[in-house]
Design a protein around this ligand. Structure first.
Ligand SMILES: [Zn+2]
Length: 551
């Protein structure tokens, strides 16, 4: 948050110290540093002290600042970017099971995906559940289809296997059905059904509404607390490997107070390697206001530190205004009561909303609250809203409401085009229009149930608009340039954590969160951008990930 006072005091103290104590702890020289400052300046070198950037300039200038204790990192001409920040990543939930689930993110063939299940059957404890909880799509596979039950049984005959696709389908092996006691449809959560093929035979999969699939997932065994802690550390290192230094977590389905305890332990142990700003949402229906008041009673907005901070409420505030394009008056009144209360409390609020056609229901409430209490300083936001109209973006701008944009179309683009038509798909999402209007916007993925967490997959998609199967949907009129896409993923996202004044760009006084990249973000062919990794990631000047030649 605002740390102008702290920064000022630090600078005064440093100014009073002898010259040797002022020398940087680390300097980076001989690179191509994309600062993402207001002019998108590119610098050759920078200096770090006390976790912050103290100077930028030429290599010669930075070398002059170095003392005997300074560590000098020769970038060898490589590109450095501010650490990436995903403004809508269900990171806390993804982390809990990162070491106990099977991951299909980025896998290009079904054969390889099945191979990962087979490997897990070998390496995990005998009889363990093998769970793929999402993050994949049949179009990413060369085979362009989902796995069959027989294929899963073939690779893991001794384990119960559960493969979830988005929030509408899950394939379970017979052993998984048996272990969960699912002998008839009556045993399924409400809204769930056994899937049948064209001939009327059971496929082994369960389909249904989002609550049905969420309820099904809830029946699966949870990782132990130690496994959750391990998973949290491992997942954040994985994000560091991809240049991520910050996430904004919007809570999510299946999240309870218990879901946060592994994160809190890692934070207490000072082992967090990604800065986390988290909001708290609701799970139930009918008592959401009580639920929110209870979970936030002792949490003032912004409580925490530079690594972990409470960031308000969302993305599900009430059941009546969640994935509901036709909320009734009672739904809207209830939402208004909570939103007004949040504004009075000074809470940030982020709301999941899919379609522009119905977003007036939400914006009208924000406008009503805004007449009582200006919400611009609270930095409320809408997540998703891929087909935002110009009129909607203007209303958001007038309110000071931001927009978190994800690469949902990377997986779901073809289906979306089917439902909205070619012309709408061409302008989805309208990030160039949003910039023109001046709406605060941040990039991200919505991982990991419905998407991959890889920011470079998302950045490539921002630039080429191509789905995972290679179909280009977006037109040039809504395609940002590389500098702008990077801005969305760094300082753009930092805005949503009220942190754009302390991170998100590489400028003097800001936190030294950065990544040295494996290839030049500005010049690598777009179709190879998705393969970028970090070679060295720093959070607050500390190395949190390193690969050759920096290891
Ligand atoms: Zn959402």
């Amino acid at each position: 948050m605002k740390t102008f006072v702290g920064t000022f005091v630090l600078l005064v103290l440093v100014g009073a110290m002898p010259a040797s104590a002022q020398s940087p702890e680390t300097i980076l020289v001989n690179g191509k540093i994309l600062t993402v400052d207001a002019q998108s300046s590119v610098r050759e070198a920078l200096a770090i002290r006390g976790g912050r950037i103290t100077a930028l300039g030429t290599s010669a200038e930075m070398r002059k600042l170095a003392g005997p204790q300074s560590r000098v990192i020769d970038l060898g001409g490589r590109t450095v970017i501010p650490g990436l920040i995903d403004s809508h990543l269900h990171a806390i939930r993804a982390a809990l099971s990162f070491t106990t689930e099977v991951n299909w993110i980025g896998v290009r063939t079904l054969e390889e995906a099945l191979g990962r299940v087979k490997d897990a059957a070998r390496t995990m404890k005998p009889g363990s559940w093998l769970i793929v909880a999402g993050g994949w799509n049949p179009q990413q596979f060369k085979e362009n289809r989902r796995p069959t039950q027989a294929e899963l049984v073939a690779v893991a005959p001794e384990n119960p296997v559960y493969i979830q696709l988005g929030y509408a389908w899950a394939m379970l092996t017979p052993l998984a059905h048996k272990t969960l006691g699912l002998t008839s449809e009556a045993d399924l959560p409400a809204g769930g059904r056994f899937e049948r093929d064209a001939a009327g035979n059971l496929t082994g999969a369960i389909t249904g509404s989002q609550p049905a699939i969420v309820g099904l997932f809830d029946k699966l065994p949870r990782p132990t607390f130690d496994e959750q802690v391990q998973g949290t550390k491992a997942f954040f290192r994985e994000l560091n490997r991809l240049g991520i230094t910050g996430v904004i977590d919007p809570s999510g389905n299946n999240m309870t107070g218990e879901s946060y305890q592994a994160l809190f332990k890692v934070w207490r142990d000072q082992a967090l390697t990604v800065r986390v700003a988290y909001s708290l949402g609701t799970q139930g229906s009918g008592k959401e206001f009580d639920e929110i008041k209870a979970t936030t009673a002792l949490l003032p907005m912004g409580l925490g530190d530079e690594m972990l901070r409470f960031n308000g409420i969302g993305e599900r505030i009430t059941g009546g205004m969640y994935n509901n394009d036709k909320p009734g008056q009672a739904d809207k009144d209830e939402y208004y009561r909570i939103a007004l209360w949040a504004a009075e409390r000074g809470l940030t609020l982020t709301q999941h909303w899919n379609r522009d056609a119905s977003v007036d229901n939400l914006l009208a409430i924000f406008e009503r609250v805004n007449q009582r209490i200006p919400i611009a300083p609270l930095r409320w936001s809408i997540a998703h809203l891929n087909d935002a109209s110009e009129q909607t973006l203007r209303r958001m701008k007038a309110l000071g409401v931001g927009w978190t944009v994800q690469d949902a179309m990377y997986f779901g683009g073809e289906a979306f085009r089917e439902s909205v038509g070619e012309a709408s798909a061409r302008r989805t999402p309208p990030v160039v229009t949003a910039k023109k209007i001046g709406v605060a916007a941040g990039a991200g993925t919505d991982a990991h149930r419905v998407a991959s967490y890889n920011p470079f997959t998302a950045l490539q998609w921002f630039l080429d608009g191509k789905t995972v199967s290679g179909v280009a949907l977006r037109g040039p009129e809504e395609t940002p340039d590389r500098a702008e896409a990077l801005r969305l993923y760094t300082i753009g996202s930092a805005w949503f954590a009220h942190d754009d004044d302390v991170r998100g760009s590489l400028e003097v006084g800001k936190l030294a969160d950065l990544a040295i990249l494996s290839q030049d973000y500005m010049t690598v062919p777009v179709d190879r951008l998705g393969a970028t990794e970090s070679l060295l990631t720093m959070v607050g000047g500390k190395m949190v990930y390193a690969a050759a030649p920096f290891k």
